[in-house]
Design a binder for this molecule. Structure first.
Ligand code: ZN
Length: 180
């Protein structure tokens, strides 16, 4: 059973810059247990991803997992569970796309503009270098969203159309089926 808990918007961990993880720390039992718990809490809450600051831990670790059965993201291409340590966006497309984003740390959704493709590098849980060429926009979006968390950036910071910032119930009612 995971003892981690998701912290909510307003918690200082969500607004702090997270520290890189050393290879030495990655190899520890505690860290390996932490990433397993982080992945479990993401799945349990039907997240497409999670970042360590969302459980109050300011370390540069993200999880991405787009499960085809996730009710929050119907119709999105799956992305197998990935744990990325010290992730970094090394390039992104010029083309910007607006799409809906939500977050496990608040009950809000909003339209967020982001590059629709990007390339991310980092380390896996065995400290091997990894590189993700993300040319499917939703996957590129999730990675960028989670990496933003490591720098204390929250989705609402990036919103251009502030009228779209919605509580879930209002989003379902007024925005879900609206052409944007
Ligand atoms: Zn988030």
């Amino acid at each position: 059973m995971s003892k981690l808990e998701i912290v909510r918007l307003g918690h200082p961990a969500l607004r702090s810059k997270s520290k890189p993880v050393t290879k030495r720390e990655i190899a520890t039992k505690d860290f390996q247990k932490f990433v397993d718990e982080l992945a479990a809490i993401c799945d349990k809450n039907n997240g497409a991803g999670i970042a360590a600051p969302q459980v109050g831990v300011n370390k540069r670790v993200i999880v991405v997992h787009v499960d085809p059965n996730n009710p929050r993201y119907p119709g999105k291409k799956p992305f197998p569970l990935a744990i990325i340590i010290n992730p970094k966006v090394i390039s992104s497309s010029k083309r910007i796309k607006e799409d809906w984003e939500g977050d496990l740390s608040c009950g809000l959704r909003a339209l967020v503009p982001r590059p629709d493709k990007c390339v991310v590098i980092g380390l896996d849980r065995d400290s091997n270098p990894v590189k993700y060429d993300l040319d499917y926009d939703f996957h590129a979006r999730v990675f960028q969203h989670e990496i933003d968390h490591l720098d204390g950036v929250f989705l609402i910071d990036k919103v251009k159309r502030v009228d779209t910032i919605s509580e879930i119930a209002e989003w379902e009612k007024y925005w879900k089926n609206k052409k944007i």
